[in-house]
Design a protein around this ligand. Structure first.
Ligand SMILES: Nc1ncnc2c1ncn2[C@@H]1O[C@H](COP(=O)(O)OP(=O)(O)O)[C@@H](O)[C@H]1O
Ligand SMILES: [Mg+2]
Length: 258
């Protein structure tokens, strides 16, 4: 890490719930995040879109510190992300994550998947954790599956459990990394509906997705990434109807053909 980057200018104080300032990240020679500046307000829904390999997943992973960054700062509620220990465990609870591949614990029941974090990290009592988990499973429409194991559920159901699991921690923000791209088409909608609902209830969300319907009905802002950079940002309608950058135009041209 070089001093030169941090000493050249004063980093402006950002008011966002999540704020990335001058964030750079390399994997060896590959510069995957290039001077990213992004501030996400409380209650805001930001859709991140862009070609494969543009750094979208790395961006999400950096926000809950699954990936350390090289330079720049990331803050949650004005506080720099902790790097270890209890503070890191708390950060992971405060910043929920929903992955493409569901990532449920295969040998735990649906109910146990949702109560585990609250019991271990939030130190909730067993009764309270179960009651809350059942409410959340109800909310995402899978309460009747509570005693089953993940493999007994459809992909759409599993993903809704993953959302309930994230919600059970009372997160300040939830990051969704292509939450519907591993799903059969008929299950995409049921997951998106749960996400639209969350957005309506003012959950702060960062959503990597190419689902334009979701972006149009739920996003406050679309952020377009290419080659590790934020190339363009706009409200969904503006972005999808009149993107200004050549790269966004090319990209939309490709995904709209499908
Ligand atoms: N752990 C890693 N080690 C090395 N290269 C990686 C790693 N993770 C991602 N990359 C590379 O970083 C770039 C950005 O990846 P990623 O953030 O996953 O992009 P996206 O989610 O937009 O497809 C890609 O070129 C990818 O191959
Ligand atoms: Mg990705």
């Amino acid at each position: 890490m070089s001093d030169s980057v941090t000493s050249t200018h004063t980093v402006p104080v950002s008011t966002g719930l999540v704020a990335l300032t001058g964030v750079n990240k390399h994997f060896g020679d590959l510069h995957v995040l290039k001077d990213i500046n992004l501030s996400i307000s409380k209650g805001e829904v930001v859709v991140v879109i862009g070609p494969s390999g543009s750094g979208k997943s790395t961006l999400c992973r950096a926000i809950n510190r699954l990936e350390p960054i090289d330079t720049g700062t990331i803050t949650l509620d004005g506080q720099p992300l902790p790097s270890e220990g209890k503070a890191l465990a708390k950060l992971r609870a405060d910043v929920g994550m929903v992955f493409q591949s569901f990532n449920l614990f295969a040998h735990k029941t649906i109910l146990q998947n949702v109560t585990l974090g609250p019991l271990k990290v939030r130190k909730l009592g067993a009764k309270q954790a179960e009651q809350r988990a059942m409410e959340l499973l109800e909310r995402v429409g899978v309460a009747n599956q509570a005693q089953k194991f993940p493999a007994q559920l459809s992909g759409g159901q599993q993903q809704r459990v993953a959302i309930a699991r994230a919600l059970a921690m009372d997160p300040k923000v939830i990051l969704f990394d292509e939450p519907t791209s591993a799903l059969d088409p008929e299950m995409i909608q049921e997951v998106l509906e749960v996400m639209v609902d969350l957005a309506r209830q003012d959950m702060t969300m960062v959503v990597v997705t190419h689902e334009m319907g979701f972006a149009r009905s739920a996003a406050n802002r679309v952020v377009f990434m290419a080659d590790g950079e934020i190339v363009e940002e706009a409200d969904p309608e503006t972005f999808f109807t009149s993107p200004t950058s050549r790269r966004a135009q090319d990209f939309l041209g490709k995904i709209l053909k499908h």
